[in-house]
Design a protein around this ligand. Structure first.
Ligand SMILES: [Zn+2]
Length: 140
């Protein structure tokens, strides 16, 4: 009779399988590009949404994804969030990231300080937006 696997062995084994599956999914559903000098993870997950979890951008592509003014503005806006991260470091999370998520889901204030500041920084560094009204909120 074979020895039964211990609980720890099972947890390690199932975690390895889950993690392997996760990386397989990411590799097949994401690519990395560089836009405005920032790394952008373009993924099938979160279609139509984009966010900046720190020094890089995550862009959920949707069916009309392509290089146009709208997408360019969105990259620009998210690059503004990268600039905020560079200025604030770890304080980016309490000052910008979490309030911004809260705003996106609950307040839906299109002139929220995190978003207006991101636009300002982006314009300073990358020039004017094609249509600024479009992206005070990183939401399609
Ligand atoms: Zn934003």
């Amino acid at each position: 009779m074979t020895k039964r696997k211990s609980l720890v062995e099972r947890i390690i084994l199932s975690s390895a399988i889950l993690l392997g599956g996760f990386f397989f999914q990411v590799r097949n559903h994401a690519r990395i590009e560089e836009v405005y000098g920032n790394k952008v993870i373009i993924t099938d997950f979160f279609p139509g949404y984009s966010f900046t979890p720190g020094p890089f951008i995550v862009m959920g592509k949707n069916k009309d994804f392509g290089l146009n003014d709208e997408v360019d503005d969105l990259y620009k806006h998210e690059s503004g969030h990268v600039e905020q991260f560079k200025k604030l470091g770890i304080f980016y999370y309490p000052i910008v990231a979490f309030p911004s998520i809260f705003n996106c889901y609950f307040l839906e204030d299109r002139k929220f300080y995190t978003e207006m500041w991101a636009n300002e920084l982006a314009e300073e560094k990358y020039g004017p937006f094609a249509d600024k009204k479009q992206y005070p909120i990183a939401k399609k």
